[in-house]
Design a protein around this ligand. Structure first.
Ligand SMILES: [Zn+2]
Length: 150
């Protein structure tokens, strides 16, 4: 699933557990695995697949970084640690991709990589699912539990 959606879910989790950062982190990691079990997009296998993946990943990476930054920056000061923990937990497993791309290695142990890969439920026609999930999560961030507030 898009890292942007994971970041938004992490913000919601952090706002719901603002004074329990370790729990927020753990729930964030669990949310990542749960979300990755939901049907979501991947490029069609074959020639050009990697380029299609990178095309989406670059945009998702920028949007995800913005979601992380805005999630943490907009959290009330007394909740910032919990929100940060929720967001970090929610996006952590997808750090394998930038590590592989920029540094050439996956930082996670084999059992984590296997688990992360095993839960994926991907297909090439599911980008609308990804976008619907991102919009729903953004709407929740803006209006639901843990909504943006000044
Ligand atoms: Zn993932």
């Amino acid at each position: 699933m898009l890292v942007t959606s994971h970041a938004l879910a992490g913000r919601i989790i952090g706002r719901l557990l603002p004074r329990r950062p370790l729990v927020a982190f753990a729930v964030g990691v669990a949310s990542h695995l749960a979300m990755d079990t939901c049907p979501h997009w991947s490029p069609a296998e074959g020639p050009g697949s990697h380029e299609v993946f990178l095309h989406v990943a670059r945009r998702d990476g920028v949007a995800g970084l913005a979601a992380v930054a805005l999630s943490v920056a907009s959290a009330p000061a007394e909740e910032r640690i919990g929100v940060t923990a929720g967001v970090v937990g929610a996006v952590l497993l997808d750090l394998d991709k930038p590590f592989l791309y920029f540094l050439g290695f996956n930082p996670f142990p084999r059992w984590v990589r296997r688990l992360h890969k095993a839960v994926q439920h991907e297909a090439p026609h599911r980008m609308p699912y990804e976008l619907a999930a991102a919009v729903a999560l953004l709407a929740t961030v803006l209006t639901g539990p843990g909504a943006l507030r000044s």
